[in-house]
Write a protein that binds this ligand. Sequence first.
Ligand code: NAD
Length: 290
Amino acid sequence: MKFEDIKNICVVGAGNMGHQIALQSAICGFKVKCFDINEETLKKADAFVDSYLPGRVEKGRLTAEQAEAARNNIQFVNDLELAAGDADFVIEAATEILELKRKIYADLDRIAPRHAILATNSSAIVSSKIADATQRQDKVVNMHFFNPALVMKLVEVVKGPHVSDETADLTMQLSKTLQKVPVLLKKEVDGFLLNRIFAAISREATWLLEMGVAEVEDIDNACVYGAGHPMGPFRLNDLTGLDLSYIMRMEKFRETGNPADLPNPRLVEHYMKGEYGEKTGKGWYDYSKK
Ligand SMILES: NC(=O)c1ccc[n+]([C@@H]2O[C@H](COP(=O)([O-])OP(=O)(O)OC[C@H]3O[C@@H](n4cnc5c(N)ncnc54)[C@H](O)[C@@H]3O)[C@@H](O)[C@H]2O)c1
């Protein structure tokens, strides 16, 4: 496939990441169908587009014509056959559970045209764990966006051993066309690039908290005002979702059986109370008091 042949993008999952990846793709001129199994999520995502685009026009970031074109480019649908049937490139951003993703990839392999690339936005699952659910392993690749996907520039493209040069090249090119800055990982590695670095920071931050050395806000402030980070690890976790961290740690534990990989007790406590961060109004911080 040539890059110019990529016209239709299917995004699977309209949650935190999926709806923003879909909208960015629509703004950049692709015809996008975004699929989710949850009707409420689809409605919320559609309403977000209606509020986001006029805001960009007001701020002078998009012309009224560009906003209208983006609106016409994007559809939120509850039917995977419709979403992926004519896709040239699929970006999967569904819940971070390996078995669920493998089922989605088996379905996508049946539905999407043979030439279509199937990219996963997974934060931690390397594509070699998913690729063999399809008959097109050379076209299954990691394409890891960062949250919020409309804003953050970095995309990590991971070239697993099964990924063809063409797939990696096209994924890098698509990332650039989506106005992102892609980095290429030549090997699969747990946590990719940035999350490995963040994991080290977050491990230390959690240790400091657990040992009673400092409170959440002071640890975050140290990172912001001493290291110049835009936000500290706990504030960032509230943005990305404590539920995602919990699920990722549990997945890792299931894989390794190592108790050191279990989520830490404070994270478990928040998770059990349904305190997932900004999206539920409470996580490490309480947003109801704003
Ligand atoms: N949240 C982040 O900061 C972040 C950053 C980068 C990558 N990711 C990755 O993006 C993916 C999605 O994460 P999220 O934070 O958007 O989660 P989310 O829970 O906000 O969204 C996941 C969506 O997937 C949908 N879904 C579940 N099963 C499905 C199926 N069979 N078909 C279609 N949709 C299905 C859910 O209904 C939900 O709307 C995960 O793989 C995660 O690792 C997340």
